[in-house]
Write a protein that binds this ligand. Structure first.
Ligand code: ADP
Length: 461
């Protein structure tokens, strides 16, 4: 459709604020959409991390990013909570944000064809649009798309907080907000939107089942006819070992020696033995059961008793922090355990690793495998969600495939998969050709951005 106007709303957007893949997606999809001629604009809260004085800025060539300001709500060190847990006023914060998104559209004179909402923090936008603004001519043509980046994070609040949203109590009903006695924002977002998508075709199927539905499988079944899965891409300009300023040496598939030079400098920096022949196994993740941190914990002793180096960059549940601190002490010589969030260090790890672990129990899309491909680190993943859609078991005989996979979330299968990868690693010729090939994979947004445009078109027609 000519002149399609889309507003993407998200609680995190690279380069302004990030706790995970949501930010990567919301920072890079708009750039791909702009390249395809969409009038795309972005709205997000103005957090303390946003240094700009103005309440708007530009990304890409000319994409307006509007910051929603409320210092009492958003000028805080973290996005959603601190070491004591989630911020107690998260419902106030994101109800305010969602309401302001619509008000800001009006103030800017921007009436989008589609408002593309992402995750529970933005779920009230479609609700408000269909209640408070139902008869507002300004939004008479505006439709909504709700993208689920992770169905496990639903925005659950106690029933007594319901009035904070300013909505009629009648909506505290099983067909709308009510979920086992609580207020569920994501559920309402899914119900009130014109279309629903998630971030991979496989996850779109999985969330219809009890195993992956997080209690919402019934709701997903109800919305099945408007649900699609569109695979995430990555910004290949940003994630590029040929130009990445945060890594030690830039390299390309054609000049792959640079990757190994990079690895040695990293080994030196991390206090590991400088020897590029030792396989380096990387992991950058949230330490949660979702990410299979427990599977890593189960195999870590066996793994570290082999001739490998293990580099972890992660934050998350305290039980895993304690565990990996212990591991760090026990295996000083061949581990580098970094329990923090550090974007630059992540880039160095992707660039230096030979193998990259993603043993997720479920994974809506997963960006780690795509970034690791780009940097020539071969992923070892569980076949689930987007991992299943992007990682294909490598067969050294045929040379087909791009990584190593296992099916059941069992530590013995995970370990067998790593061992298989390490065996292939020993054959330098086969390994190098695999590394070079994955670095050339198309992981861009090109195809998926077109799918989003098709979907925007379909709902706004
Ligand atoms: P998630 O479920 O956490 O969103 P994704 O795979 O979709 O998982 O995206 C994770 C993103 O966050 C990737 O860009 C990854 O590199 C980054 N990341 C995760 N943990 C850290 C960390 N501790 N420090 C820096 N970057 C991190």
């Amino acid at each position: 459709m000519e002149g399609l106007k889309v507003l993407l709303v998200s609680s995190e957007v690279v380069p302004f604020a990030k706790t995970g893949g949501l930010a990567d997606v919301c920072g890079s999809l708009p750039i791909a959409l702009e390249d395809l001629g969409v009038d795309i604009r972005v709205m997000m809260p103005k957090y303390a991390s946003i240094k700009e004085d103005a309440d708007e800025t530009i990304i890409g060539k000319n994409i307006k990013v509007y910051f929603i300001k409320n210092d009492a709500f958003f000028k805080r060190p973290e996005l959603y909570g601190d070491k004591f847990g989630d911020y107690k006023d998260n419902l106030d914060r994101f109800a305010f944000f969602s309401r302001e998104v619509l008000e800001r559209c009006k103030r800017e004179g921007f009436s989008p064809d589609v408002i593309h909402c992402n995750d529970w923090q933005t779920a009230l936008v479609p609700v408000y649009l269909n209640t408070f603004y139902k008869y507002d001519a300004f939004f008479s043509k505006t439709k909504t798309l709700f993208t689920i980046h992770n169905l496990a994070y639903q925005g659950l609040f106690p029933k007594d907080e319901f009035p904070k949203m300013g909505l009629d109590w009648a909506l505290f009903h099983i067909n709308y907000f009510e979920f086992y006695g609580k207020v569920n924002l994501m559920k309402a977002g899914i119900i009130y939107s014109d279309a629903v998508s998630t971030v991979s075709p496989t996850y779109a199927k999985e969330i219809l089942t009890k195993e992956f539905g997080c209690g919402m499988e019934g709701v997903m079944q109800v919305r099945k006819n408007v649900l699609t899965g569109i695979l995430n891409g990555i910004d290949q300009r940003m994630w590029d070992p040929a130009t990445d300023a945060k890594i030690y040496t830039n390299y390309t598939a054609k000049a792959i020696e640079g990757k190994y030079a990079n690895k040695e400098l990293f080994q030196k920096d991390m206090g590991l033995k400088m020897d590029s022949s030792i396989p380096m196994i990387g992991m950058v993740a949230r330490l949660a059961d979702q990410k299979g941190a427990d599977l890593v914990a189960e195999i870590i002793d066996s793994l570290l008793n082999m001739k490998v180096q293990f580099v972890l960059l992660a934050t998350g549940e305290n039980k895993y922090h304690i565990l990996f601190e212990k591991i760090s002490k026990k295996y000083k010589s061949n581990t580098s355990i970094n329990l923090k969030f550090d974007a630059a260090l992540a880039q160095k790890i992707y660039a230096s690793s030979d193998l990259f672990l993603i043993p997720s129990r479920y994974e809506p899309c997963g960006l780690g495998q795509m970034i690791s491909f780009r940097y020539g680190a071969i992923p070892v993943v569980r076949q689930t969600g987007g991992l299943k859609d992007t990682v294909i078991e490598f067969d050294p005989k045929t040379g087909k495939g791009n990584g190593f996979t296992f099916i059941e979330p069992k530590s013995k299968d995970f370990f067998a998969s790593i061992k298989k990868a390490l065996l292939v690693y020993k054959d330098t010729e086969i390994w190098t050709s695999l590394v070079k090939r994955v670095m050339g994979l198309d992981l861009s947004w090109k195809k998926s951005a077109k799918e989003y445009i098709k979907l925007y078109d379909k709902i706004s027609r």
